[in-house]
Design a protein around this ligand. Structure first.
Ligand SMILES: [Ca+2]
Ligand SMILES: [Ca+2]
Length: 340
């Protein structure tokens, strides 16, 4: 009869009652007690089980979601589509988490594309091939558009420098010629710009928190000292992570990029003159100033345009380009946060 009593005394000494009743983990990772242990050590209690504190509150040796009080509740249900959890951290480089935390969940979350940045890169211009302008002749002396003798005349440095005018232009009272602009062939490849994101974000989990949570209770327990959020592929948020927002993991980009080349007046030179007479060599002339309305003398009947516009040597065009269309956000992720 002495042997069983000795065993009970020895056993009492080896159990860590504090650890059991406070839900301390066993070395094998199973924080539940065996059925026999429960019979011996655990008791019914008027206390309720707190499902997220990691300890056995009611003394039945079952901790949190292992306790039948919690097991069927929302906090203990597996979160569908769970991608990660942590503190939702906005701004900065896409995957950068603060010291002491680790990226957990999708890297590179984006909220929207900054559509103010559509400038194409990589556009180039070939050499100047021509200079062009437009000459408009009017039947009043103030270059009033409703008195324009149509059509307006396109001038280009590649055409014959002396252009005949038909009789309709003999009514001319004034004329204006636009500052010439250089024409270059656009060139360049891969000119489409990368989309600019207006904001990046990520979930950063404390290095000391478990990375294996699958339930709200586990996330609340592991991130009890911060405002926890989670990422899911589902469109709905699990309770109590009810503050919802949608971010995106990537985009599709079918924009096209049209490069253009502009050459201002400095890239061109030469004069434009209206001439009355047998040909452009005639002496009855009215020289025009770029961009200024010039009235012609009375009785002046222009019959020719002496077009002296030509490219200036050593000049080049300025490339530019704007992407057409918009990249489309895709691969949405629902971010669910605990209310603040
Ligand atoms: Ca508990
Ligand atoms: Ca319990």
């Amino acid at each position: 009869m002495r042997f069983p009593l000795l065993m009970v005394l020895l056993c009492s000494a080896c159990w860590d009652f504090t650890a059991l009743t406070r839900g301390g983990e066993r070395p094998d990772g199973d924080d539940r007690l065996d059925g026999g242990d429960v019979d011996l050590l655990c008791r019914a209690s008027p206390l309720r089980e707190n499902c997220i504190d990691g300890i056995d509150n009611d003394g039945d040796c079952l901790v949190d979601c292992d306790d039948s009080e919690c097991a069927s509740g929302e906090l203990c249900q597996r979160i569908p589509g769970l991608l990660g959890y942590g503190v939702f951290t906005r701004g900065g480089p896409p995957e950068l988490c603060p010291v002491g935390t680790t990226l957990h969940g999708p890297p590179s979350l984006y909220d929207r594309i900054d559509d103010t940045q559509q400038a194409c890169s990589g556009c180039l211009c070939g050499p100047i091939t021509a200079c062009v302008s437009e000459l408009r002749i009017y039947s009043n002396n103030a270059c009033s558009n409703n008195q324009l003798i149509s059509p307006a005349l396109s001038l280009t440095s590649t055409a014959s420098s002396c252009v005949g005018l038909n009789d309709s232009y003999s009514q001319a009272k004034s004329a204006i010629v636009d500052p010439p602009r250089a024409v270059c062939q656009p060139d360049g490849t891969n000119a489409r710009p990368n989309p600019a994101w207006s904001q990046t974000a990520r979930l950063c989990r404390s290095d000391t928190a478990s990375q294996h949570c699958t339930t709200p209770a586990c996330i609340l327990r592991e991130l009890h000292d911060v405002r926890p959020c989670l990422a899911t592929t589902e469109s709905t948020c699990p309770s109590p992570f009810t503050v919802k927002q949608v971010w995106y993991r990537t985009y599709t980009d079918s924009r096209t990029c049209q490069c253009t080349c502009m050459g201002g007046a400095p890239a061109c030179e030469g004069t434009v003159t209206l001439v009355e007479g047998m040909n452009c060599m005639a002496s009855n002339k009215v020289g025009l100033t770029y961009g200024e309305c010039r009235s012609t003398p009375s009785n002046f009947r222009p019959q020719w345009v002496d077009n002296g516009i030509k490219p200036k040597s050593g000049q080049s065009c300025t490339p530019s380009g704007t992407a057409q269309g918009r990249p489309m956000l895709s691969d949405p992720v629902t971010i669910c946060c605990l209310p603040p």
